[in-house]
Design a protein around this ligand. Structure first.
Ligand code: ADP
Length: 641
């Protein structure tokens, strides 16, 4: 990452540095050529001075050669000269001995190769000067040679006994020579501050090869052409170039830093944009997953597994707050206990409805955390939709059931009405048409049948009216202090026709005070007795009891029928509910009697319980309060609500 970030900036810096170097070189070149033209005159002067110095040294050796006839006089004359001729490092007097030219005396005494006794003619590097002096009788400057690492050059003048004789005699009169050793390197340095390169006629050189950018020409020394090159002194990098270099480098550094900062900013922006895009894709993908189903059992696993894959999560757990406000895990995937835990609230509006807990396998950045929270919000909405959908499904199913029950109810009611009406009308017509042909017993029987059917009809109509009031929430009771025993006796009397085929056992206390509405008591009792008559086989006993019981007035109706299974004892009080038993199938009923009973009991503050009668059969117990109560007494019905 760091390397990639630096690459463009490094390239940019390289280009800038190259430009700076070029500018510096250009500036340096410009400065150098300006300097060269400034040095050109000085170089001409220096070349002339160098030539004239060597010429002067030759002249001085000639003078010494003319006056030096013995060692002492030579030394006397040479010492003061040596002190003045700064570039001359030694002067020697040499004697000719045949072909040899032997050093006889030196000033100073210890300057090789001018040590006393040295044969100069034996030295190959001095051959040029020795030949010209010893054989041609001519003063000369010789090609450079090296002594102690320094470049030296000999100047020499012949000692002649016949200097003015014709050529041949003059040559024959050579007895020796005066030889001067010039430190030619020092001489060049003395007169030229820059690099110098001197080439002797025989090709030997002083100084390293150079351009000769301010002087490149011949140097005439005693009629022979030497060659001299001089370069303008280099003073290192000129200050203008240095300024350009420094300024340029600073600018390059600043621009590179700026460029790098730009790159960093752009990369960061690109990184953020691509991360945002990735997050949006993840949200869109998970969002789509959440839309795929409204079934929580499918939705939670699909979401959790997808989320774990998208965000590289070790585990995902979804917990939901239940009705008691306790967190209950609805779904979990992955291995718990590994990675960093992150709990994200599942919110509906501002209310938390659960928690999405994840464990991450790596550190999530800020935008990933924000995305996870956004997905948690989407999940909360999807879960809420799924729950709403589930509730709607249940409601729809309940409404469908209710519809079916209502249809069954209408069918039953019409059937009941028609049956009772048919019986009443049939027996009525028979009585009126065949009155005279019937004996008293037959007439009484038919009248009783009409009475029973009318009783059934009345009971049904009462139920329907009560039910209609119950449905419209208009069922009213007005409890007051009553004698429950008296009401029970009266009601049972009026219900006698219903119990024509059963044996009635009435066990009622003389008096039983209760806080109740007589109409409600009557309807409750009527329902219980008619059910007992309906569901218990003919010939069995129906028992009705009424007596004070603790702080209640208790009414009990028990029969010897099939009884009611414990698991059904709550449900029978629901509207339209009928047991699926042979007795229920055999008998007619709308399934609203006990629902009405329950409502009357509730409004009276009475508690109803159902259990088995001793010896089998159903036993209904209704405990009425004996004084006004705010809370209903505890019983099955109250619990069932
Ligand atoms: P209905 O009697 O019109 O069907 P109810 O609301 O009075 O409606 O009773 C509901 C159901 O409870 C009945 O269908 C019947 O299955 C059951 N049930 C009520 N009383 C008795 C009883 N004494 N013995 C057996 N089953 C009973």
């Amino acid at each position: 990452m760091t390397t990639r970030r630096w690459l463009p900036a490094t390239g940019f810096a390289a280009v800038l540095v190259l430009a700076v170097v070029l500018a510096t070189v250009t500036t340096a070149n410009a400065a150098a050529s300006a300097r060269r033209s400034a040095y050109e005159d000085a170089a001409d002067i220096a070349a002339a001075r160098i030539a004239s110095r060597i010429e002067r040294d030759i002249v001085e050796t000639e003078r010494l050669a003319a006056i030096a006839d013995g060692i002492p006089s030579f030394r006397r004359a040479a010492s003061p000269r040596l002190a003045v001729l700064t570039e001359m490092s030694a002067i020697a007097l040499a004697r000719r001995d045949g072909a040899r030219l032997v050093v006889a005396g030196t000033v100073p005494v210890d300057r090789p190769p001018l040590d006393t006794g040295v044969d100069l003619a034996a030295r190959a590097d001095l051959a040029v000067v020795v030949t010209r002096v010893a054989e041609e009788a001519d003063a000369s400057a010789g090609a450079p040679f090296t002594v102690d690492g320094r470049r030296m050059m000999l100047v020499a003048a012949p000692i002649l006994t016949e200097p003015n004789a014709p050529e041949a005699a003059r040559r024959a009169s050579i007895t020796g020579a005066v030889v001067g050793m010039i430190d030619i390197g020092a001489l060049l340095q003395q007169w030229w501050p820059g690099a110098a390169h001197l080439t002797a006629p025989d090709g030997r050189v002083v100084g390293a090869p150079i351009d000769g950018n301010v002087f490149d020409g011949p140097l005439d020394i005693r009629g022979r052409a030497w060659s001299l090159q001089l370069d303008a002194p280099t003073k290192g990098i000129p200050s203008s170039a240095l300024a350009v270099l420094l300024g340029g480098l600073l600018l390059a550094v600043a621009l590179t830093a700026l460029f790098d900062a730009q790159i960093v900013r752009r990369r960061r922006a690109e990184g953020q944009a691509s991360s945002r895009l990735r997050q949006l894709e993840r949200i869109a993908e998970s969002g789509a997953r959440l839309q795929q189903t409204l079934d929580l059992a499918e939705l939670l696993p699909a979401f959790a597994v997808g989320l774990a894959a998208d965000f590289d999560l070790r585990s995902v757990s979804i917990s939901v707050l239940d009705a008691e406000g306790e967190l209950a895990e609805a779904f979990a995937t992955g291995e718990r206990g590994e990675g960093d835990a992150l709990d994200l609230p599942l919110r509906r509006g501002w209310r938390a409805v659960g928690i999405l807990s994840v464990r991450t396998g790596r550190t999530l950045d800020e935008s990933e955390r924000t995305s996870l929270q956004a997905l948690a919000d989407l999940l909360a909405v999807a879960m809420s939709n799924a729950q709403l959908y589930e509730r709607e499904q249940l409601n729809a199913a309940r409404l469908r059931d209710l519809d079916a029950l209502k249809n069954a109810f209408l069918g039953t009611v019409s059937h009941e009405l028609r049956t009772s009406m048919t019986a009443i009308m049939g027996f009525g017509e028979l009585l009126s048409d065949a009155w005279d042909n019937l004996d008293d017993d037959r007439r009484r029987e038919m009248a009783n049948r009409i009475r029973r059917s009318a009783g059934s009809l009345r009971h049904l109509v009462d139920d329907l009216l009560d039910f209609a009031r119950l449905e419209q929430e208009r069922l009213r009771v007005s409890p007051r202090a009553v004698d429950l025993a008296g009401i029970v006796r009266q009601t049972v009397d009026s219900l006698a026709p219903l119990l024509g085929q059963h044996e009635l056992v009435l066990d009622v206390a003389d008096e039983c005070q209760a806080w109740a509405d007589p109409v409600a008591v009557e309807r409750i009792l009527a329902n219980l007795v008619s059910n007992a008559a309906k569901y218990a086989p003919a010939g069995t006993t129906v028992t009705v009891r009424c007596a004070p019981e603790g702080d209640a007035a208790r009414l009990v109706v028990a029969d010897q029928g099939p009884g009611i299974p414990p698991e059904e004892r709550r449900r029978i009080f629901a509207r339209f509910y009928r047991l699926d038993t042979p007795e229920s199938v055999r008998t007619r009923g709308a399934g609203i009697g006990l629902a009405i009973l329950r409502d009357f009991a509730d409004r009276s503050g009475a508690a109803v319980t159902v259990d088995d009668a001793p010896g089998g059969g159903a036993r209904f117990t209704v405990d009425f309060p004996v004084e006004p109560v705010s809370e209903p007494l505890e019983g099955t019905v109250a619990v069932a609500r």
